[in-house]
Write a protein that binds this ligand. Structure first.
Ligand code: UTP
Length: 482
């Protein structure tokens, strides 16, 4: 074990080489506990990488060039043509078998800061459902309980946090007794962090005299954290072969979709994705494309209008496969990425943000009004071009896309907000009930005139409703919880 002085010397050398010696300039004035905490943060950062990124992403804005020969990626449609129906049936059965054999793990990335929502706590603790106000983590736990009952096997659940929200996330799981799940099957681990860098001085910012201004390194960090945390080793021990990846913000996500997992597995894909057809050309979803045959996501902001608006002969958008951040990933793909001879890194993305920081001269925290810093993040979909095989499956918007990203705005239904998600959850419940012959009241413009919530322990597919007694009709303006 190196002594504190030895660690200090090593950290100082690394920081000097990176041109960031200011980080330890006031080290002597710190208490021992503060010194230890600051050194641990410094040791957790790859300083040569930060130095390189300052040159490429802070001193200049990286210029995005549309790759040559960009084409729309093909996908498996939601409703298969007749000739593919046997393939879909085979895939669904295969996916169900993999889940029943314990070979599929659920994985939730929950390390983000959720700044747009502005909720005081990890986003997974946000009340998301229309009647019970069930927190997002509890929605997922209910889904897994139903899946365990349906497929007859426990599903291991991995949750990625960040050092910022790890402790409150763990406390929430403890406080709620893991929402009825076996704690032995729930693994929580944090992702790595990156320092925020001052746009004017190119120096990393401090949050206090003894702490860096750090933020999580993007959901792409999950592919490293799965490895460094020991999650992949744990999966191998359990015989898990596939990871079903989803985000923390979507209460109705199918955390395990046998059809999608089956299509992905039968095609020997390493990392696959679900897509939604974009509702309009510039909808804020990444675009699934092929570049020299490799699956690639081009962000909506990088797809030129001319391409975004291109139409096929039948009038559909040519680039219409939008990414909704749902993936199936082979565990051995994650292992290969992390054990390759040349290491592995995903491209970093630059975001200009307002970052509060410690001003040592003024002895106070400065809270800027305009963006003052660059944050650097990687995106998980940037691993897609590293695959040899990758498939896309089209899902249904109402069935599984009700994300909560933005805060509610009184008097309106903001896109991707708690209000829009609750509306969508009610609409989904209405469709499922209607598919079982229940009359649901709707206004003249088709909006459901009631508040409906179907617990995921009751149903994760409409056909699950066959097992319970349903009313013949829902009363207008009423609330119905099933
Ligand atoms: P978002 O892109 O919505 O970012 O994350 P965010 O940080 O949660 O929210 P804003 O932008 O500050 O409002 C999409 C998903 O990726 C996870 C989030 O928790 C969410 O499930 N994520 C994001 C991470 O796990 N780590 C990160 O570093 C970033």
């Amino acid at each position: 074990m190196p002594t504190l002085d030895e660690r200090h010397a090593a950290a100082q050398t690394a920081l000097n080489a990176a041109g960031q010696s200011h980080v330890l300039a006031h080290y002597d004035a710190l208490t021992e506990a503060q010194r230890t905490a600051l050194l641990a943060e410094v040791e957790g950062i790859d300083w040569p990488e930060v130095t390189r990124l300052i040159e490429t992403h802070v001193k200049q804005k990286p210029v995005f060039a549309i790759p040559e020969g960009l084409e729309p990626a093909p996908w498996y449609p939601h409703t298969p043509p007749d000739r593919d129906k046997p393939r879909y049936a085979q895939a669904r059965t295969h996916g169900e078998t993999l889940i029943a054999e314990g070979k599929v793990a659920a994985f939730t990335v929950a390390g983000g800061q959720g700044t747009r929502l502005g909720w005081d706590g990890p986003k997974g603790t946000f009340p998301a459902t229309p009647i019970r106000g069930l927190p997002l983590f509890a929605c997922f736990a209910e889904y897994l309980q139903k899946a365990e009952e349906k497929y007859g096997a426990p599903v291991p659940w991995y949750v990625m946090t960040s050092p910022i929200n790890d402790a409150p996330t763990r406390a929430f799981f403890e406080e709620h007794h893991h929402f009825g799940l076996d704690p032995a099957n729930v693994m929580i681990f944090p992702q790595a962090m990156m320092p925020a860098i001052d746009m004017a001085t190119h120096r990393v910012l401090l949050k206090s005299p003894h702490a860096l201004a750090l933020s999580p390194n993007g959901h792409g960090g999950s592919l490293k954290a799965l490895w460094t945390s020991g999650a992949i080793a744990d999966m191998k021990k359990r015989g898990v072969e596939q990871i079903s990846y989803s985000q923390v913000d979507n209460p109705i996500v199918r955390m395990l979709d046998p059809l999608f997992i089956g299509l992905h597995a039968l095609d020997h894909a390493q990392m696959s994705s679900k897509m939604l057809p974009k509702a309009f050309p510039k909808e804020k979803l990444g675009n699934f494309c092929l570049v020299k045959g490799k699956m690639t996501v081009i962000e909506y902001s990088n797809l030129p209008d001319a391409l975004a608006e291109q139409r096929t002969d039948d009038g559909e958008l040519r680039f219409r496969a939008g990414s909704i951040a749902l993936h199936a990933i082979r565990t051995d793909f994650v292992e290969t990425l992390n054990t390759g001879a040349d290491g592995f890194s995903l491209p970093f993305n630059r975001a200009e943000k307002k970052v509060a920081h410690w001003d040592h001269a003024a002895q106070q925290t400065v809270t800027p009004d305009t963006p003052n810093a660059v944050k650097l993040e990687t995106f998980v979909f940037d691993a897609l071009p590293m695959t040899d095989a990758s498939i896309i499956y089209e899902t249904d918007r109402v069935d599984e896309f009700g994300p909560i990203k933005n805060a509610d705005v009184p008097g309106t239904v903001e896109t991707d907000s708690p209000a829009s998600s609750k509306q969508l959850q009610t609409e989904r419940a209405a469709r499922w009930l209607e598919s079982r012959g229940v009359t649901v009241p709707r206004t003249a413009d088709g909006v459901v005139d009631a508040t409906l919530e179907i617990k995921q322990t009751t149903a994760i597919y409409p056909e699950d409703l066959a097992e319970i007694d349903l009313p013949n009709a829902v009363a207008a303006g009423s609330e119905l919880l099933l």
